[in-house]
Design a protein around this ligand. Sequence first.
Ligand SMILES: [Fe+2]
Length: 262
Amino acid sequence: MNKKHVYTSKKPDDTGYIDYGAVDDGTWKTLFERQTKHIIGRACPEFIAGIEELKFSSERIPQHKEVTAELSRHYGWGVEQVAALIPATEFFTLLSNKKFPAASFIRLPEELDYLMEPDIFHEFFGHCPLLTNKAYSNFMYEFGKIALAAKPKDRVQLFRLFWFTIEFGLIQTTQGLRAYGGGILSSFGETTYALESKIPMRKPFDPVDVLRTPFRIDILQPIYFVIQSYDQLFEIIDMDLMALLQKARELGDHPPMFEPKK
Ligand SMILES: [Fe+2]
């Protein structure tokens, strides 16, 4: 999959308001209406409840300050408008201040199903609903602090814990397997692939195993890790992650389940 288009962020006016225009609002509507139907029976119940809490509408892209106002009523989170991808230190600094970085552009209609950079649909729809959830938002906050304090080379490997939970996590519920990762739930194709395809491997979540598992950002994931309850997210944060990282290094990485990126 190749990047076809370079996106630039939308600039707010003096009051912080961003005028997205009819095309961008239409793209949001198409994505929002399609995905809110698609995730029924596939997203964890807390995610669906979170969409209600945030009062998202299909009619237009929410403003950053509107999302912040709704999130702040729960566990003190807000969204911070950033220009697409940001350096790791800035990213983890924002998380450790309960500010979730969110770009202000939305994908073009011709890139509805895949784009390399995380856009506002991915950030708002994929991640913000569960920032109203205690376990997910606490994990994001505590992980931000741990990653910020870690050495750069440790951060890279620690980020696997973020990737296989916040982005691509699955959870076993009494109703069956459900997705809670924002990378899954903001993608029409990966929502069904992650839960229903016979192709990917699904393994019980084990932090050392996760720390040994490489990933690629630009493919459907070949492996997902399944938590049994949100308590596991609290437990990870209470562990000595540096000791787990050391153990993972002694055991070595698992062989990648994907071709190297060309
Ligand atoms: Fe994300």
